[in-house]
Design a protein around this ligand. Structure first.
Ligand code: AMP
Length: 193
């Protein structure tokens, strides 16, 4: 099973679609946001450092994040393929991921880009704030996260294009969750033939 990188702006549905892909294909799943929120909940040193960045809508520094990712990856069961959710978010992270996987005789596999209009993203995130009470889902922090996405993360789209693994799924083309998951599954199945 090839690895998958699920990519998109905050609120684009990375978590939702990752869960569906994991359920369907039995892959491993690494959500760096979930890893960091777990550290905060457990009151670890890492959690204390991470909280400052997350509450402010900023990215955790690359070196720290790359280290966390490698440790989390190495704790996954081998051979099933992993879906990376929320990583990489910078070019440096992408380069590090590519290198880390090559050192482990595997590769990035498939990049799944979720393309959703900005007005829908904001509505979803504000809604999630009410439903899940995430500290970073308030309007001010959301705006900062969008800006961070635009300046630091979106340039990765071209990077993945050059790697030849980019597959884009537009919410306009696939408005329902089932439509979207069917389209993504078709690419996963074709890539794993
Ligand atoms: P997420 O749950 O993926 O939206 O992530 C929530 C927050 O965790 C982000 O706004 C960042 O502050 C932090 N975070 C998650 N993944 C990364 C990453 N790959 N690099 C840096 N910061 C991250």
């Amino acid at each position: 099973m090839k690895n998958i990188i699920i990519f998109g702006a905050p609120g684009s549905g990375k978590g939702t679609y990752s869960a569906k892909i994991v359920e369907k294909y039995g892959m491993g799943h690494i959500s760096t946001g979930d890893v960091l929120r777990g550290e905060i909940k457990n009151g670890t040193e890492l959690g204390k450092i991470a909280k400052g960045y997350i509450d402010n809508g900023q990215l955790i520094p690359d070196e720290l994040m790359i280290d966390i990712l490698a440790k989390t990856y190495d704790a996954q069961p081998a051979g099933k393929g992993v879906i990376f959710d929320g990583f990489p978010r910078t070019i440096a992270q992408a380069e590090a991921l590519k290198k880390m996987l090559a050192e482990r005789n595997t590769e990035m596999g498939i990049m799944v880009e979720l393309d959703v209009d900005a007005d829908i993203l904001m509505k979803r995130l504000l809604n999630r704030a009410i439903e899940q009470g995430r500290a970073d889902d308030n309007e001010e922090t959301i705006k900062k996260r969008f800006e961070v996405y635009r300046t630091q993360t979106a340039p990765l789209i071209e990077w993945f294009e050059k790697e030849g693994i980019r597959h884009t799924f537009s919410a306009k083309q696939y408005p329902g969750i089932d439509d979207m998951i069917n389209a993504i599954s078709a690419v996963i199945d074709a890539e794993n033939k």
